[in-house]
Unconditional design. Structure first.
Length: 228
């Protein structure tokens, strides 16, 4: 059985929904700029929303979309309104090696490489792919990411495998935004020390802290797309 759902019939988004999403996108971009991140890339996270919602997000001005789950991601990429859309696709969820083959060719930036087996599989299935190494700076179980001490060897392995390692990614700790500051500061320092350029960190509740600490990519879902 295929992991990819049959292509959906194209459904045009409601203009009122597009307008509402455009307002939310503008509000988030204003928050990012106010925090000092005029050049930060905003990834609109569309996981658990139907394909028509992703179509609406693009119509509203979203240029980068993020998905967490392979099957859902592939189903959306097959939807007529998204298959040829002018958007960059980010895979931001925990990555399983057995899903890489199906995802290859559909992902513009892989955010969550965190172990040798995944690095080797991406290098095999998507040679030269642009990737980030996910680091578990906060040390919270269940969020994925390699240990801080394993980051440099994994970056080296990915580079040696021919991947285009752009930078690092992390997920902030649960709780008030300020709890994330040392986590984000640590990641930004690691990015600089490794001579990389991208620092993917920060979501709706802690994006100002992330931008202040040097994020180049933030990932925002609910504040733009609404409740799932």
């Amino acid at each position: 059985m295929s992991d990819v759902d049959p292509p959906l019939s194209r459904v045009e988004p409601d203009p009122a929904v597009v307008e509402e999403l455009a307002e939310r996108l503008t509000a988030i971009k204003e928050r990012i700029v106010a925090a000092g991140g005029a050049d930060v890339t905003l990834v609109t996270v569309t996981k658990a929303h139907p394909a028509v919602a992703a179509v609406a997000a693009i119509a509203a001005g979203a240029t980068d979309l993020g998905e967490n789950y392979a099957q859902e991601f592939l189903a959306k990429r097959a939807e007529p309104g998204l298959a040829g859309a002018d958007a960059r696709w980010h895979f931001i969820g925990q990555l399983q090696s057995n899903k890489v083959r199906k995802l290859a060719g559909h992902v513009d930036l892989w955010h969550s490489l965190d172990r040798p087996s995944v690095i080797d599989e991406v290098a095999k299935r998507a040679p030269g792919a642009a990737v980030l190494i996910q680091v578990d700076v906060a040390g919270e179980p269940g969020k994925g990411g390699c240990a801080v001490g394993d980051t440099e060897p994994l970056v080296g392995r990915a580079i040696d495998a021919g991947l285009d390692v752009r930078g690092l990614m992390t997920v902030g700790p649960n709780g008030p935004a300020e709890l994330a500051r040392p986590v984000f500061s640590c990641l930004a320092t690691m990015v600089a020390e490794l001579g990389l350029s991208e620092c993917s960190m920060g979501m709706t509740n802690d994006l100002e802290v992330a931008v202040g600490e040097g994020a180049t990519i933030v990932r925002v879902g609910t504040a733009i797309m609404g409740s799932r």
